[in-house]
Design a protein around this ligand. Structure first.
Ligand SMILES: O=C(O)CCC(=O)C(=O)O
Length: 295
C-alpha cells in the first residue's frame, strides 16, 4: 500500500487547458482563412500537417510529460461508450444516470468486463494511432489488446483540493519481469471541467524521475513508492505547493495540472509522470478511460 505524502501539493492547480498542445487553434496559414484553419478536425481524415502536429505533441510531451489531442476519437463513439458504462453501473450497482441519489459508491468498481469485450476500442482511432507513432518516434509499436478501462468518479461534497495521497506511477520505472509501460493515455467520455474529478498530473516530474534513476543506478527498480518519495524529497517546496503555481527543481519546472477534457479528447502520459486521482466536486459523473501500452 502506498504511503500518503502528507501536505504535498495543496493549492490551486493549473489546468491543462492553458498549457495543452491540441487546444490551441492553429495559426492561420497563407491562403487559408481563419475559419478554415480552426475548423474541427475530422478524426478519420488524413491530416495535412501530421509531421508538424506530431512534432508539437512530442515537444510538449518531452517537456511536460503529457500531451493533449483534442477530438482524438469521435464524440459519438465517446457517447456510446459512456452509455455502456452507465448500463454496467445500472446492472452492477443499481445506479440510475438521471438520479444522483443513486450515485454510490463514489468510485464504483466491477466494470472490468467492459474492456474485455472491447467497449473502448474505438478510442484507438487513426488520429490516436498517428499521435502514438509521433510520440514514440516509431510506427511499429505493439497494438494494445484493448484500449483501456473505465474511470468513474461521482461527485462528493467539499472543496476541491490537490490530493495529498494517491500519487503514483502505474508500473515500476525500470519495468517488472521484463515488461514495461511504454505510454499511457486518458480518454474523455463526457465533459470533465475544473474540479470535476479529472486526473491530476505533476507536470515535469518525469524528468525528475529520470534524474533519480540516473543517480540511483541500474540496480534501482524504480517502484512507484520509492520514485514518488524520491521526487517529492528533492526540494522542500514540493511538499507544499500551496499558492505556488510552479516550482523549479534543478532547472526543471514542475507543477500540478488538472486534466480537464471534452468527449473524444485524449491526453497521453509519459510512463514516468507522477499522477493521482482527484475528487469530483462538480454536479456530474466523471467518465474517462485509462489505458496504456505494455511492452
Ligand atoms: O483519475 C484517476 O482516477 C486516476 C487514474 C490513474 O491513476 C491511472 O489511470 O493510472
Amino acid at each position: 500500500m502506498e504511503r500518503a505524502v502528507r501536505g504535498v501539493l495543496t493549492g490551486p492547480p493549473a489546468t491543462d487547458r492553458r498549457v495543452g498542445v491540441g487546444r490551441r487553434a492553429p495559426a492561420p496559414r497563407p491562403g487559408v482563412t481563419t475559419r478554415e484553419a480552426i475548423r474541427p478536425m475530422d478524426v478519420n481524415a488524413p491530416r495535412k500537417h501530421d509531421d508538424e502536429h506530431g512534432h508539437a505533441l512530442r515537444t510538449h510531451y518531452d517537456e511536460h510529460g503529457y500531451a493533449r489531442l483534442d477530438r482524438a476519437f469521435p464524440a459519438t463513439a465517446a457517447a456510446e461508450m459512456a452509455g455502456a458504462v452507465w448500463s454496467a453501473l445500472a446492472r452492477k450497482h443499481g445506479i440510475d444516470p438521471k438520479r444522483p441519489s443513486t450515485w454510490t459508491p463514489a468510485q464504483p468498481g466491477g466494470l472490468g468486463r467492459l474492456s474485455k469485450v472491447g467497449v473502448f476500442d474505438r478510442l484507438g482511432s487513426p488520429a490516436v494511432v498517428a499521435a502514438i507513432g509521433a510520440l514514440l518516434g516509431r510506427q511499429d509499436w505493439p497494438r494494445p489488446g484493448n484500449w483501456g478501462g473505465p474511470l468513474v468518479t461521482f461527485p462528493t461534497p467539499g472543496p476541491w483540493e490537490v490530493p495529498t495521497g494517491g500519487w503514483h506511477l502505474d508500473f515500476p520505472a525500470r519495468g517488472a519481469n521484463g515488461v514495461g509501460l511504454l505510454l499511457k493515455w486518458l480518454g474523455y467520455l463526457a465533459p470533465v471541467g475544473r474540479g470535476g474529478g479529472g486526473t491530476v498530473v505533476l507536470s515535469g516530474s518525469h524528468r525528475l524521475v529520470a534524474r533519480f534513476l540516473r543517480e540511483a543506478g541500474e540496480a534501482e527498480p524504480g517502484r512507484s513508492p520509492a520514485v514518488r518519495d524520491a521526487v517529492f524529497g528533492m526540494d522542500p517546496r514540493l511538499r507544499d505547493l500551496r499558492g505556488r503555481p510552479e516550482v523549479t527543481v534543478s532547472g526543471i519546472p514542475v507543477r500540478v495540472v488538472e486534466l480537464t477534457g471534452e468527449p473524444g479528447d485524449v491526453v497521453f502520459l509519459h510512463p514516468h509522470l507522477l499522477h493521482a486521482p482527484a475528487p469530483n466536486r462538480s454536479g456530474s459523473a466523471r467518465l474517462m478511460v485509462t489505458g496504456g501500452l505494455l511492452v
